[in-house]
Design a protein around this ligand. Structure first.
Ligand code: FAD
Length: 546
């Protein structure tokens, strides 16, 4: 199966349509993808390509502890989004950092005569082909997982982990020492390299910043094959470039993650609002308070029936009689979700603290629901849903997700249009919405956020029913996503995409704004041939005709 179009045809006609739309939208722009700097100095024309036999024999000369696979690599042409499928020429299963360095150095030394690119693949949970490399080399980072995790206790505890390590494994390992990372994602079956290339955001980010603000040191293999250790003090530019750098400047092979004391248990609380402005006022008050909750998120509920009944399997209502009388039917509601950590011997103190915090909020009183679970159970909560969806065959379907950062000053304009006009009947999946404090986010990283002290993460986590042409079909959801983005642009809300996805260089330039020049400079310093992370479609490898 050489061509992506063939794979699409075999899988599903919807994929074929999406691919055609994507392909057509890319074609006129492909020659624009090299920015006007040193990366573009070579003439871009169709080269005499290395054929697959040549690629295999060329890569076979690379000295490795692990191995390449040249066949049956279809898993590397798939991701959680299930919308983009680009088949690589080879998959590297590295056993050592040197394997990654040797492979990249080999491709770098082939220079611009070769079209080969390299994508690190963490757990493949991107949604738009970001970890794929069309006819290139995909590095299966999880093969590196076996590098030992090392927990350092003491005054400033940390753990050294492989870039291909899953966060769930880090949790289990660090808990053996009574410690845990401070900042998480909602789902832990993602790799360190994958989330650090983006940001890694969850309900702790208002207090601790995202995961990229909680890293002390990285080991990185650059686009020239060099292995570099970097930190706030050493090779600083590379360190901050790689954090949130969408895999553009190097492959993270090791990371030193900051740890804090881990609680044993959590109190997990949900309350509902029907008024958006009261909901956000309470969220904002909570994220600015001293001694607040340890986790603060929120989500929007559109047109759901029996909502509170569904919660009863894991939460108990504070007032069962009043909760029974509450009806959610047909309304758009907003759920504030909070967690407070505790250990069994401080139950009394934590209950008092929660009561005090809740007394300042203005939720609908009958909708207070509580639960008490272990810290691990809470952090690994999405995995429970994953297993249920997998059993129903609903995990491996298209996920046209859209994630946005919306400045606080425009969140009500955003909500009025999105929840009042665009998403009125159904949402096709959860819509997370919660504020964070910019001051806790390190602004030296490559991540771009709105220029305000407080901004919201709004995540439309949609699933599309395969072959549906209705409101739960891929075409409809993609149209809705476009309407949302068009509104944000027309109303000049000043949003930024998180886990961004664009097709033209102009759009990338606008995304990075004032930071674009620095981003381009880092690219030419650390990956001058544009070998790395081609699936982000920011830069294109310049090819020399001979
Ligand atoms: P991949 O998809 O494999 O890779 C992502 C990008 O990073 C690619 O460009 C890849 O080339 C690059 N990359 C991968 N490994 C490395 C490396 N070692 N060095 C350099 N570059 C690398 N995100 C949040 O912030 N918060 C959430 O709560 C959250 N929840 C999620 C829940 C689910 C169910 C899913 C599917 C995703 C969620 N995400 C969340 C998004 C997730 O953080 C990103 O999709 C992340 O990239 C996935 O990690 P991965 O290991 O699968 O990376």
């Amino acid at each position: 199966m050489g061509s992506p179009a063939l794979i699409f045809l075999k899988h599903n006609i919807i994929y074929l349509k999406v691919f055609i739309i994507f392909f057509l939208s890319c074609v006129p722009n492909r020659t624009n993808l090299c920015p006007n700097h040193s990366l573009a100095t070579l003439k871009v024309q169709r080269p005499p390509r290395l054929n697959s036999t040549n690629i295999v024999s060329s890569l076979e000369t690379v000295g490795l502890d692990g191995y390449f696979s040249f066949e049956n690599n279809h898993h590397a042409a798939k991701d959680f989004g299930n919308m983009y499928h680009f088949l690589p020429s080879a998959v590297l299963h590295p056993k050592s950092v040197q394997d990654i360095s040797n492979t990249i150095r080999h491709i770098y030394e082939m220079g611009s005569a070769s079209e080969l690119t390299v994508a690190a693949r963490g757990h493949g949970h991107s949604t738009q082909g970001q970890a794929q490399a069309h006819q290139g080399v995909v590095i299966n980072m999880e093969s590196l997982q076996r590098l030992e995790m090392q927990v350092h206790t003491g005054k400033t505890p940390y753990v050294d982990v492989s870039g291909g390590e899953l966060w769930i494994n880090i949790l289990h390992e660090t808990l053996k020492h009574g410690l845990a990372p401070k900042s998480w994602t909602d789902y832990l079956h993602l790799t360190v390299g994958g989330t650090l290339s983006n940001a890694g955001i969850s309900g702790q980010a208002f207090q601790h910043g995202p995961q990229i603000s909680n890293v002390y040191q990285l080991e990185v293999v650059t686009g020239k094959g060099e292995v570099v250790t970097c930190s706030e003090k050493k090779n600083t530019d590379l360190f901050y470039g790689v954090l949130g750098g969408l895999g553009q400047f190097g492959i993270i092979t090791r990371a030193r993650i900051s740890l804090g004391p881990a609680p044993k248990m959590v109190k997990w609380i949900r309350v509902l609002y029907s008024d958006f402005s009261i909901f956000t006022k309470d969220q904002e008050q909570l994220i600015s308070s001293e001694n607040s909750f340890d986790y603060i998120e929120g989500f929007t509920i559109i047109n759901r029936t029996g909502l509170l009944n569904n919660w009863r399997s894991s939460f108990r209502p504070k007032d069962p009689v009043q909760a029974n009388q509450f009806s959610s039917d047909g309304r758009t509601l907003y759920c504030l979700e909070m967690v407070k950590h505790f250990n069994p011997d401080d139950t009394k103190t934590v209950n008092q603290s929660i009561e005090n915090l809740l007394s300042k909020l203005s939720y609908i009183p009958s909708t207070l629901f509580l639960s008490e679970v272990s810290y691990v159970e809470f952090l690994d909560r999405v995995h429970v849903s994953e297993k249920k969806l997998q059993a129903k065959g609903l995990w491996e379907i298209p996920h046209p997700w859209l994630n946005l950062f919306v400045p606080k000053s425009r969140i009500s304009d955003f909500a009025e249009e999105i929840f009042g006009n665009i998403l009125t009947d159904t949402s096709n999946g959860p819509i997370l919405i919660y504020p964070v404090n910019q001051s806790k986010w390190n602004n030296k990283t490559s991540l771009v956020t709105p220029d305000e002290d407080v901004f919201y993460l709004v995540a439309f986590l949609t699933s599309a029913m395969p072959s549906s042409t209705g409101t739960d079909g891929l075409a409809h959801i993609l149209t809705q996503n476009k309407r949302i983005l068009d509104f944000c642009a027309t109303a000049e809300l000043g949003i930024k995409q998180y886990l961004p996805h664009y097709n033209t260089q102009e759009e990338w330039q606008a995304h990075f704004g004032l930071h674009w020049n620095a981003f381009v400079q880092r690219k030419s310093a650390y990956d001058p041939l544009a070998i790395l992370a081609p699936g982000q479609r920011i830069f294109r490898k310049a090819i020399r005709t001979s």
